[in-house]
Write a protein that binds this ligand. Structure first.
Ligand SMILES: [Zn+2]
Length: 529
């Protein structure tokens, strides 16, 4: 997710990196203003070569989890419901014999909080048999246990379970909900398809659904879904989607969850980013042409930039889908893009901040590497994806001077008479502020690897620590290690843990394999408990 609260510090931190990166390509005869706004391509950004270190192979987590989903889903735009069937093939890789399977239905929590609508799971059974399963819903109604009875799940055993669901879609501009604009509708469908929880370390993951953060922790699985919607609807989904008439076939080889956006006002524009298909699904209004163009450009720039600095994009395509969320939200291969600060959804060219849009897209696109690629438990250690995404946005993208970023700053200055701080200060101005800012905000210690719950004890410390702090930590490491070593480490860490789930200690192991100096260890002590 992208936090609205912009932390000045994290932006300021970009300077040192930029200073070095830009040194080689800035022409001295240009004025300072022109220099700042000179755009480059990803190929023009020099990346210091560094011989990669061997990392110990990523240990396999012993879990029980779904490896394959088959879903048949119908979107009912009259009753405002989704209903269907979910068949889950679950493998037990632990040493434990399991008498029950935990299913998560986050929609139940969302509807309960909203105080409207219901979500019902029924007909739970062992697929291909007539053995029905007793279900038990916990106090947190998103946690449902299916009792296996005599058919317990032994180590290395696989079971296929099937269940039906009917869920009301609330009218709200949230991750799960629908909203109307004139005669048109947009359905934002995530956290509403029943999935198997992760079983790890002797227990099923019962992280509660959280409204201002994330708690969804899932391993990659194969998803084969058919999604039926009225013919006039355009459907964007995680994985690859193909629509014919009312039915969209969705297939994904290795994604952590399913999300769908459907609308009768949505159109698609595609662009290639060195083999990655980047799709921009936009709401088709004349007053949004420039905004849409820039959004697509930012998505492409982000894919190219992060591919170069971090590693290969983990999917075949990226769908950037315009939604009415106030913060962007990442899904595997799909971003629910936000339209914050928007007064009129049909006139984005006039009122929306292009710089906000581009940096939000950069942040959510970065999650494709950190959350989609390298997974983590966001309830336990959110910094492992949010801190990295924030770093990619603030340090890599905003200061990259790629065409989309430069264009956004220029246009915001022209249209709105202002823009966000980034891109309008000289590198030296950033640089001067940096040390004092770190000292002031980060101080002696600034622990970023606590659980979501622990940060709730003080008001709004979550985003400051997890997002800003995470970004600062990575930035300080980069400075201490030097660019060549830092990015080589980041690439190895990504390669090692892609499509697996990492923990803080796994990242630290990668860092120390590259640099176990006192300076680096002091930085680690400052941020990591
Ligand atoms: Zn995020």
């Amino acid at each position: 997710m992208k936090k609205n609260i912009k932390k000045y510090l994290a932006i300021v931190l970009a300077v040192l990196f930029l200073g070095e990166q830009l040194a080689g390509c800035v022409q001295s005869e240009q004025t300072e203003q022109e220099t700042k706004l000179e755009s480059r391509t990803v190929d023009e950004i020099e990346l210091e070569p560094y011989e990669a270190e061997e990392l110990p192979p990523a240990g396999e987590r012993k879990t029980c989890r779904a490896e394959q989903y088959e879903m048949e889903i119908t979107l009912d735009t009259v009753k405002q419901q989704i209903r269907g069937n979910s068949t889950m093939t679950i493998t037990n890789q632990t040493e434990d014999t399991l008498g029950q399977i935990c299913v998560r239905n986050y929609a139940a929590s969302i509807l309960k909080e909203k105080g409207t609508g219901t979500s019902t799971i029924s007909n739970a059974r062992i697929a291909g048999t007539d053995q029905m399963l007793v279900t038990e819903t916990k106090e947190d109604s998103s946690v449902i246990y299916l009792q296996l009875g005599e058919r317990e799940l032994k180590p290395k055993d696989t079971i296929t379970i099937s269940l039906d669901f009917v869920t009301d879609i609330p009218e709200q501009k949230e991750k799960f909900g629908y909203w109307e604009e004139g005669e048109n509708r947009v359905y934002q469908l995530s956290f509403c398809f029943p999935v198997t929880a992760m079983y790890e370390n002797g227990k099923w993951n019962e992280n509660p659904y959280v409204f201002s953060g994330e708690s969804n922790y899932h391993s990659p699985a194969v998803f084969r879904c058919t999604f039926t919607a009225p013919e006039e609807y355009t459907v964007a989904a995680t994985g690859e989607e193909k629509t014919s008439g009312k039915v969209t076939e969705i297939y994904a080889e290795s994604i952590r969850e399913l999300a769908v956006v459907a609308s009768d006002r949505m159109k698609k524009e595609c662009v290639d980013a060195e083999g990655v298909e980047v799709n921009h699904y936009y709401l088709d209004y004349k007053g949004n042409t420039e905004y849409n163009k820039l959004s697509l450009m930012a998505a492409r720039d982000s894919v190219l930039l992060f591919s170069r600095f971090i590693g290969e994009y983990p999917y075949k395509e990226l769908d950037i889908v315009q939604t009415a969320l106030s913060n962007g939200m990442e899904f595997p291969g799909l971003v629910m893009a936000a339209m914050p600060d928007v007064e009129n959804i049909q006139k984005l060219d006039q009122s929306a901040s292009y710089t906000s849009a581009c940096s939000m897209i950069a942040h959510e696109t970065a999650h494709q590497w950190f959350y989609g690629g390298v997974g983590n438990d966001p309830y336990e250690e959110a910094w492992l994806d949010e801190g990295f995404a924030e770093y990619c946005e603030d340090v890599l993208y905003q200061q990259s001077r790629l065409a989309s970023a430069v264009e956004a700053v220029k246009r915001d200055q022209e249209r709105l008479g202002s823009s966000e701080i980034w891109g309008t200060m000289s590198d030296e101005e950033f640089h001067r502020d940096m040390e004092s800012q770190i000292e002031q905000i980060v101080g002696e210690r600034f622990i970023i690897n606590r659980t979501y719950e622990q940060y709730q004890q003080e008001v709004d410390t979550y985003s400051e620590y997890v997002y800003t702090g995470g970004s600062c930590f990575l930035y300080e490491l980069q400075n201490a290690m030097g660019d060549g070593k830092f990015f080589s480490m980041l690439q190895q860490y990504y390669r090692n843990w892609c499509m697996k789930e990492a923990r803080t200690e796994d990242f630290l192991q990668a860092v120390r394999a590259y640099d176990n100096s006192e300076e680096v260890n002091q930085i680690i002590t400052k941020y990591i408990a």
